[in-house]
Design a protein around this ligand. Sequence first.
Ligand code: ADP
Length: 536
Amino acid sequence: MISAETLAQRQPVHAIIGPDLTVLQLGRSLKRICGDAAGHPFSSLFEILRPSLAVLDAATLRGLGPAFCQVNFLPNGLPLRAEFLPGDGGCVVMIGSPAVLSIEELRQYGLGFNDFAVTDPSVDFFMALTTQRATLDELHAVNAKQREQRKELELINARLEAATREANRASAVKSRFLSKMSHELRTPLNAITGLAELLRDGTRDSEQLAYFDDMRDASQLLLSLIGQVLDLSKIESGQMTLECQPFDLHQAIQKVMSPLRARAELRGLACTWTVDAPPAVWLRGDVLRLQQIVLNLVGNALKFTELGEVELRVVLAQGRLHLSVRDTGPGITPSDLEQLFQPFVQVGPAPSQQGGSGLGLALSREIAALMGGTLTAQSVPGTGSTFVLDVPASIAPAPASLAITAPAPVKAAPSQAPLRLLLVDDNAINRLVGQRLLQRDGHEVEVLESGEQAIDRLGSERFDAIFMDVQMPGLDGLETTRILRARGVTSPVVALTANALTGDREMCLAAGMTDYLPKPLDLAELRAVVQRVSAA
Ligand code: ADP
């Protein structure tokens, strides 16, 4: 049991508070800290005692029970007590060091509140505790705020993660949908263009020939629209990636410009191009995307120019490829210029009659950005427009043999020996179209409906080339080719696919295929690929 003497040395600190919350009496230790606060409003003392009284307001204080005890833990692990004793019309606040007993215990010793001697060390101790407590309170407040902020951040993160998961899921669904739709739309288109091509071949009637040509043009337009919508979706979902393959710059430009010039000449327009680059220079990049931009810019220039000329200038200098397409068309007003690069925007007197989707420039600019470059436009209304593509260019060594992506010359008619070809496709119309197109050039063409049939057939037979549909029920074209290669079949295998998604080409090559033809089959491309594989 602790003695009264010891208690006196351990010094509780106290204040007696009147009903109007003024301090009636202070323990002597508190007097040292607060000065003579008797008669002052409690609030001024409250400030000083704030660390231990902060939780209380005047009303709460008055209503406290007789043995209320608040224990606060200090950083050094010591408890600091404050006890509130409502008395007659007021209350007593006892603030104590660790060893201070409760008021009840004090009373048992018959001690009053003023009965304790003041010693300097206890006052210093209390002051130190008060300061520590204040700092600790601030730290606690900061910590609490940080905890709250962390919780908020965690909540935001969780929401973001959920949103990202949802977006990824939606994007995957969209990609699957696009891939499926791309296939579903191209397959019948393949049948329409192929059959029209076959019918046209047997027709001499000029009116019917014109109908077939219109049909072909409409199919090509539809095909390019499907391609554009697919491209836009790919860009939006961040799934468009660029190929990086060597290509012959002069050939690539010529391949896209020759048919455009022929179209321009029919309308009495001059369409010229110059390539200011070393002869036979090869670059590394995505030639098809580059050609897509040129086709869009020159195609637009031709579409909108009635009189005069369209000129493409290509300059390869200082590690950059600079293409400018200038026309003498109607021009574009400054306010319309920037808008043109937004999807689906068409301007001019009667946009609805221009044809097109308003997607070409938006896509071209996105592709230019993916290439690390820019696509800009300048125009003087009434005089003409100039569109400029500027992209980084990296020179590649010319490959020893023609790579799969090397542009092949488009031949009007083959002059080679007839080949023995096999065509594998589950779609009957596609089989018919492919077979007839190839037969027209004098080749012997056998057709099969499935990968399984191809594996049976190729056990005993050899063909000069195999045209293999990629999407087939059962064994698909990729799996079939893998099995054929594993069994030692060395004939070139050309993938036929209605998918036009990035990565298809790589997948086909990885499966052991030799070349790649997108559907709908284009006669010129088909001939070029036959030439390539037969020459290899
Ligand atoms: P599309 O040609 O398929 O409608 P684009 O995005 O390629 O889509 O072009 C958008 C619009 O920009 C065109 O509809 C036309 O109004 C305008 N435009 C593009 N190129 C030219 C040009 N060379 N001269 C005048 N207007 C042009």
